[in-house]
Design a protein around this ligand. Structure first.
Ligand code: ZN
Length: 164
């Protein structure tokens, strides 16, 4: 996907995901650039203490807006679970170094399985795949204006989108 198109698409929709997940107070920083791991199309890091999330999307590995939305929702669900980072930090401090490899594998496996379970609940249990998730958030949010604190270009773009 074209990098600037991808950036605009993600910026436009991440606000509704923040609303849907009630993470409006979290700052989400977005980076669109190549990721030097063949099978990784996006990366996620979070600092729960400061409620900050950093997302990186590789435009060469995301083909469609549908893919972008699926990846974005996946990464934002990781955001929902970001408090577990504190557990990881504690494990790193107290676990013996030779035990940490196993703990790291179990930790990441458990997190990934939890994200997939939430995705399954949304997609199959509630029928909220793709844009249905965003539309549901827009319907529920009523007076919330997710573009109010963003720059005018994006606000104009979003307004134009709504007027189509
Ligand atoms: Zn994941």
């Amino acid at each position: 996907m074209d990098a600037s198109k991808l950036r605009k698409f993600v910026n436009r929709h991440v606000r509704w995901l923040r609303w849907a997940m009630q993470m409006n107070h979290w700052q989400v920083d977005l980076c669109v650039e190549p990721i030097d791991k063949p099978k990784t199309c996006a990366t996620f890091t979070a600092d729960p203490k400061y409620q900050q999330i950093a997302l990186t999307f590789d435009p060469a590995k995301i083909d469609t807006e549908e893919d972008a939305l699926k990846v974005l929702r996946h990464e934002m669900i990781h955001g929902l679970l970001a408090e577990f980072n504190l557990l990881y930090d504690a494990m790193e401090r107290v676990a013996p170094r030779d035990e940490m490899t196993l703990l790291d594998t179990i930790y990441h496996h458990s997190l990934e399985r939890s994200v997939v379970s939430i995705e399954r609940m949304l997609d199959s249990g509630l029928g909220l795949s793709g844009m249905a998730f965003i539309q549901r958030a827009k319907k529920v949010s009523k007076n919330y204006d997710p573009v109010a604190d963003n720059d005018q270009d994006e606000k104009d773009e979003s307004t134009n989108e709504q007027n189509k």
